[in-house]
Design a protein around this ligand. Structure first.
Ligand code: PEP
Ligand code: MG
Length: 537
């Protein structure tokens, strides 16, 4: 058995033979060419590519809706992009070469520019440039596109997949896919999620000798087993069967409010960590984003991201979510989440160290940059700002003062900003115990049960060997949650749970009874919790 681990893109499991996809584009050869004639060939290829992309757009529109199909509109624009076409024309004229070669060089140059950008979203666009260049070359050479060379359904294996390859793959023969490279923010990953294709990306090296081998791809866990042993196969197949029948039944809850029989409504939201996961939020039918872990966006950069980088990412998220609220948690680094360029001193007890809001208060420049980006994004959608790792009242007051300063600055600069709710995470016992004092300061609390449990029970959440001491249902934690809910409500604040405990179906009745207003969970858990809520009295 070979075990590979990557990132699960869509919560489902596929089992079947692995098939490495064949790309039929022949290598591009440099030949001599007469500039006018080659430019005419390029224009014909460009027209064909645009027509193909229009067809793909129509196909994707029917299969995945507007959001998923948008990439093919973008590709049509990219094929006609003035800078791209100018570069092709210049190479044809300057080097007197064939159009395939000019496109190939232009594609590589443009892809490299995108690949070197700081913004992870823009970096992913290198794949789009590569995709349209390959298409143009295929149109020029008359070669066919990507195909699954198999009669029976397979798990597609590839180094990486471009968006149009993902849509073009014949779904009737596609069980799932696994890629060596790629990330959850790539368009192929977004499409896989929207299409409901079980997929794992970024598993590292994929040996083509495994072609034809039986494999299972677990999109829930990011695991791939090639030639699984009997016990592993039985476990994964049982999980697959259960997941499939559950998910079919749960579809009935799509588009419904999360409300008990007695009429008590809970807002059911999703937790995400990157703009690329917005598709999963929409697909899950979540009512908003209850926790956007912004630190992952910082981790993808090699140096502190600029206000523009952050603004672009946050704006994309709120725009995609329309009138649904997005709760952005401000930078929560330290402890297990380290960012090398912040040059934080090593700590004896990092979980009790300079983390979360403490770090932002110590590094006002980073905090200011992020707050400005958030306030600007709020002009385009519903933004809530939430501070992590609060222990004392003064920290909340100081953080609010930083928000007020950023707001005043932007107003003075005449920059468009929007209204935001302000909230805090309750994840230290101290914050829970003084939640009566904290509530008047904020619009909402969101209880981070992962850290609240760690700090209340004094059990390191990272420790691999303390499972028996980590009672997630410990009465101490549940009492703190009850106390926090009561204090929030007494002061007119709403209260949510965004830690893993929010998805614990055995506790849903208790949370509803406590009057928890919002639960925020992984997108894949949304419908299961809605079902649980809807069946409560
Ligand atoms: C938590 O602590 O419960 C939480 C949601 O935050 P994180 O898991 O990111 O620390
Ligand atoms: Mg936490």
């Amino acid at each position: 058995m070979i075990e590979l681990t990557g990132q699960g893109v869509y919560g489902a499991i596929a089992a079947g033979p692995l098939k490495f996809i064949k790309r039929t584009t022949a290598p591009v050869v440099r030949r001599a060419g007469e500039p006018d004639a080659e430019w005419a060939r390029f224009e014909a290829a460009q027209a064909q590519a645009i027509a193909e992309l229009a067809d793909l757009h129509a196909q994707a529109l029917a299969e995945v809706g507007e959001q998923g199909a948008m990439v093919f509109e973008v590709h049509q624009m990219m094929v006609a992009d003035e800078d791209y076409c100018d570069s092709v024309r210049d190479i044809l004229a300057g080097e007197r070469v064939n159009a395939e070669y000019a496109v190939s060089v232009t594609g590589s140059n443009f892809a490299r520019i995108f690949a070197e950008m700081d913004d992870p979203y823009m970096r992913e666009r290198a794949a789009d440039v590569h995709d349209i260049s390959e298409r143009l070359i295929r149109c020029l050479t008359g070669a066919a596109g990507v195909g699954i060379d198999a009669d029976a359904p397979v798990i597609v294996a590839a180094d990486d997949l471009t968006p149009s390859e993902t849509v073009q793959l014949d779904k009737s023969r596609l069980l799932g896919f696994v890629t060596a490279r790629g990330s959850t923010t790539s368009h192929s990953a977004i499409l896989a999620r929207t299409l409901g294709i079980p997929a794992v990306v970024g598993v590292g090296e994929l040996d083509e000798a495994l072609d034809g081998e039986y494999a299972v791809v677990n999109g829930f866990t990011g695991e791939v087993f090639v030639r699984p042993d009997e016990a592993t196969l039985a476990t994964v197949l049982a999980a697959k069967a259960e997941a499939e029948s559950r998910s079919e039944l749960l579809q009935a809850y799509r588009g419904r409010p999360s409300v008990t029989q007695g009429g008590r409504q809970v807002e059911l939201c999703a937790n995400i960590g990157s703009p690329g996961e917005v598709g999963a939020v929409l697909e899950s039918d979540a009512e908003g984003v209850g926790l956007f872990r912004t630190e992952f966006g910082f981790m993808e950069h090699e140096s502190t991201p600029s206000e523009e980088d952050l603004f672009a990412a946050y704006k994309a998220v709120v725009e995609a979510l329309g009138d649904r609220r997005v709760v952005f948690r401000t930078l929560d680094v330290g402890a297990d989440k380290q960012i090398p360029y912040l040059d934080l001193a090593p700590e004896e007890n990092p979980a009790l160290g300079l983390r979360g809001l403490r770090l932002c208060l110590r590094r006002p420049e980073i905090f200011r940059t992020q707050l400005r980006a958030l306030l600007r994004a709020a002009a385009f959608g519903r933004v809530a700002i939430m501070f992590p790792m609060v222990a004392s009242l003064w920290e909340v007051q100081a953080a609010k003062a930083r928000v007020a300063e950023a707001r005043a600055e932007l107003e003075a600069e005449g920059v468009a900003i929007g209204a935001t709710e302000i909230g805090i995470m309750i994840e230290t016992p101290a914050a829970a115990l003084i939640s009566d004092q904290l509530a008047p300061e904020v619009d909402f609390f969101s209880i981070g049960t992962n850290d609240l449990t760690q700090y209340t029970l004094a059990v390191d959440r990272q420790h691999p060997d303390l499972a028996e001491f980590t009672d997630t249902h410990h009465e101490a934690v549940l009492r703190l949650i009850a106390q926090v809910a009561a204090n929030a409500h007494a002061h007119g604040a709403w209260v949510g749970i965004c830690g893993e405990l929010g998805a614990d179906l055995t506790l849903t009745p208790r949370f509803v009874e406590l009057g928890i207003d919002e639960l925020s969970v992984a997108p894949a858990s949304v419908l299961a919790i809605r079902e649980r809520i809807c069946t409560l009295d």
